[in-house]
Design a protein around this ligand. Structure first.
Ligand SMILES: [Zn+2]
Length: 116
């Protein structure tokens, strides 16, 4: 576990997340394919929004089970909120938005979200 800071592009949205961020998910579902997010999942208790609650917009589609949050000022999606199959509240962190991320150092696993 490591604690990392993350933010959107303009800096209104800032958060801290604790978890493991070396292995990330590249998903091919309709929204991930277009956003290009590289995702790592942490529990709700391991996520702390520092600022930007007023700047965040919630985009939902389909079953509306996931809150696809993005910054209303710069448009960047730094995390999403959802519920795991076991009922636990989760955050999907866009590891590209964490400070100090080197994309070359990440182990990228593909996930076939399109087929769900
Ligand atoms: Zn922003």
């Amino acid at each position: 576990m490591e604690k990392r800071k993350g933010s959107c592009h303009c800096g209104k949205v800032q958060f801290e997340a604790s978890g493991s961020f070396e292995e990330v998910i590249s998903c091919n579902c309709s929204i991930c394919q277009k956003k290009g997010s590289l995702l790592a999942f942490v529990g709700e208790k391991d996520f702390h929004l520092i600022s930007g609650a007023d700047a965040l917009v919630n985009y939902q589609f389909g079953k509306k089970s996931i809150d696809h949050m993005f910054c209303s000022n710069c448009g960047i999606s730094s995390f999403s909120s959802g519920t795991a199959p076991d009922g636990q509240k989760m955050k999907a962190i866009n590891v590209r938005c964490l400070e100090g991320t080197n994309i070359e150092d990440l182990r990228v696993k593909t996930f076939d979200g399109r087929s769900l």
